[in-house]
Design a protein around this ligand. Structure first.
Ligand SMILES: C[S@@+](CC[C@H](N)C(=O)[O-])C[C@H]1O[C@@H](n2cnc3c(N)ncnc32)[C@H](O)[C@@H]1O
Length: 214
């Protein structure tokens, strides 16, 4: 990969500064991005009283939909980019003011810290959209998410190829890999959903904490 391409890709992995703000703007406005995010939120079947966590919220578009659905619950976002924290807070100003919505800045490993108040109570729904490709050890990362899930809670991981091979075949292959990783991390009832109204297609792998997965 060329140096320029690497620099652009890194802005989507941890947006910062001017180029990070531009990456955030692209993520928030690109129709296929918006569609795969709202599709993921729909798939989660969030109930009014649910506690919901999004990892890698970027500009905070999906959080908006999650807040609407969890109207009497709690929605928490975790992203390691302070620039995205600021952007998502601006987008969700009213929800932040309501007290039912909380944005945290930090890596996924922050969830391992049991004393962090935002993460202390288990979540009913946890999701991440186009974040899994930045995890060095996906099984360990999914294991961390599983540990923060309530009984019968669900995880949804959505992926749409944006770099490398941008094809439906690459999306489906990634879905199969993520499904195996979810089972390895102890989740059960793992299933794959596809969204072919975007190109290349987006895939969402969902799993449930049943306590009998491992
Ligand atoms: C490609 S963007 C996707 C943003 C949003 N989910 C969307 O689909 O528009 C990836 C986001 O995940 C965040 N991210 C990547 N790796 C992360 C990690 N290990 N812990 C927390 N956030 C992470 C980045 O900062 C970035 O905001």
């Amino acid at each position: 990969m060329s140096r320029l391409k690497r620099a652009v890709v890194s802005q989507f992995g941890k947006p910062r500064g001017f180029w990070g703000a531009l990456a955030g703007w692209i993520m928030a406005t690109r129709p296929s991005n918006r569609l795969r995010n709202s599709w993921t939120v729909d798939l989660l079947e969030i109930r009014a009283t649910d506690r919901v966590l999004e990892i890698g919220y970027g500009p905070g578009f999906a959080l908006e939909g999650a807040c609407r659905r969890a109207s009497a619950g709690k929605v928490v976002g975790l992203d390691h980019s302070p620039s995205m924290g600021a952007m998502a807070a601006r987008r969700n100003r009213a929800a932040v003011a309501s007290g039912r919505f909380q944005l945290e800045i930090g890596p996924i490993e922050a969830l391992k810290e049991p004393s962090a108040p935002a993460f202390a109570t288990p979540f009913d729904r946890i999701f991440a959209v186009n974040v899994v490709m930045f995890w060095n050890d996906p099984v360990a990362a999914i294991g961390i998410l599983e540990s923060r899930l309530a009984a019968r809670g669900r995880i949804a991981l959505t992926f749409q190829p944006r770099i490398g091979e941008r094809t439906d075949a690459a999306a489906l292959a990634a879905a199969e890999t993520m499904a195996c990783q979810m089972r390895d991390a102890g989740l059960a009832e793992v299933r794959i959903e596809t969204l072919d109204r975007v190109s290349p297609m987006a895939v969402c792998v969902m799993g449930t904490k049943t306590g009998i997965g491992k």
